[in-house]
Design a protein around this ligand. Structure first.
Ligand code: ZN
Length: 311
C-alpha cells in the first residue's frame, strides 16, 4: 500500500512545491456544511452520506468555490473517519465515502484548483481521557487517508482539531499511509488567559509540536471570526516558519428566529485580508458561514494586495 501511495503522492508533493514557489498568498474555499444545508441537508444529518446519495449537490458546492476563484478546495469528508461514521451507521462505507468525496472535488477542480481532502475529529477521546488508544486512532485515520489519496486528493488537511494528541495521530496516519502534503489546523478560542483549544493547547505550543511531528502546513480554523484570527496568526507565526492556513468563521453564530446566522459580510472580511497576510497567513479560506461570495471578495482583495507589492 505504501509503494502505491508514493507512486502518486510524489507527484502531488512536487505540484505543491511548485505552487508554493509561485504565490505568496493562496485563497482556499469557504464553508461546506452551511452550503450543503442551503441545498437541503437537514442540520444534524451526516453530510458525508451525500457523497454517495446526492453527489450532484456536493459537486455543486465544490464547483461554486472553484468558480469563485478558490485555488485550493476541500472535500466533503470532514466526518469521514471510521469512528465518526460509526456513530451514524456508515462505518462499512469509509473507503467508498472518502474516495468518492475526493473524486467529486477533483472533478470540480480540474486543473484550476488543488484539492486538500478534509479530515475532522473522530468525535472520541483518546486514552487516558477516553477509551481509544493512539494505535486505534492512527489506524482509523489511516483508513480514511488512504481512501482520500485513492480518490486523487492533492493534499490532506486535518482540521478543527482540539486535542493535540488526536491531531498528531491523524497527521501520523496521513503521513504514513500516503505521500501527500499534510496540513493541520486546530480550533482555538479566546478566554481570559488568551487563546487555547478546548483541551488547553496554546497556539504557539500547537505550532511547535505539529512542526516537530512533520506537518507541512499549520493553522487555525473555525471558532472565531476574522478579527481574532489575525491575533491567532501572529501567535502561530511567532512559533513556526511553515506556511500558515487560516479559516475564520463569518463571525460568531447567532440564533435569529430559530436559525443559526453568521453575519460578517464578504466586504468586511475582505477588508481584513491585508492584516491577516501581515500577521503571517499564507492560505486564507473561510469556515462556518462563509460562502462563495466571501471567497470572491478575498480573491479581489488578494489580487489588489499582490499588485501593490514590488515585483
Ligand atoms: Zn467552522
Amino acid at each position: 500500500m505504501k509503494g502505491k501511495a508514493s507512486a502518486y503522492g510524489g507527484e502531488k508533493m512536487a505540484l505543491w512545491k511548485t505552487w508554493q514557489e509561485k504565490k505568496k498568498v493562496w485563497i482556499a474555499d469557504g464553508g461546506w456544511g452551511t452550503e450543503l444545508q442551503k441545498r437541503g441537508l437537514p442540520p444534524g444529518d451526516p453530510p458525508e452520506a451525500w457523497n454517495l446519495s446526492r453527489p450532484e449537490n456536493v459537486r455543486a458546492v465544490a464547483l461554486s468555490y472553484v468558480e469563485a476563484g478558490a485555488e485550493i478546495i476541500l472535500t466533503n469528508t470532514f466526518g469521514g473517519s471510521p469512528l465518526k461514521l460509526a456513530k451514524v451507521n456508515l462505518k462499512g462505507q469509509v473507503t467508498e465515502i472518502n474516495r468518492k468525496g475526493a473524486e467529486i472535488s477533483k472533478q470540480a477542480a480540474g486543473d484550476r484548483a488543488l484539492v486538500f481532502a478534509s479530515i475532522g475529529p473522530s468525535g472520541e477521546f483518546m486514552a487516558p481521557l477516553g477509551t481509544y488508544s493512539e494505535k486505534e486512532m492512527i489506524k482509523g485515520f489511516a483508513e480514511q487517508a488512504r481512501a482520500l489519496a485513492e480518490g486523487g486528493a492533492d493534499g490532506i488537511v486535518v482540521e478543527t482539531m482540539m486535542d493535540l494528541a488526536e491531531a498528531q495521530a491523524a497527521l501520523h496516519a496521513a503521513r504514513e499511509s500516503t505521500s501527500l502534503p499534510v496540513a493541520v489546523t486546530m480550533t482555538f478560542n479566546k478566554g481570559p488567559k488568551g487563546f487555547a483549544t478546548m483541551m488547553g493547547t496554546r497556539p504557539e505550543q500547537a505550532a511547535a509540536e505539529l512542526e516537530k511531528s512533520g506537518a507541512q502546513i499549520i493553522g487555525a480554523n473555525c471558532g472565531t471570526g476574522i478579527d481574532q484570527m489575525i491575533e491567532l496568526m501572529k501567535l502561530l507565526r511567532s512559533a513556526t516558519a511553515l506556511p500558515l492556513w487560516c479559516k475564520p468563521n463569518a463571525g460568531l453564530p447567532e440564533l435569529i428566529d430559530g436559525k443559526t446566522v453568521y453575519r460578517e459580510t464578504p466586504e468586511r472580511m475582505a477588508s481584513k485580508l491585508k492584516a491577516l497576510v501581515q500577521a503571517g497567513a499564507n492560505i486564507i479560506g473561510g469556515c462556518c458561514g462563509t460562502t462563495p461570495a466571501h471567497i470572491r471578495a478575498f480573491i479581489r482583495e488578494r489580487n489588489l494586495l499582490v499588485g501593490q507589492q514590488p515585483p
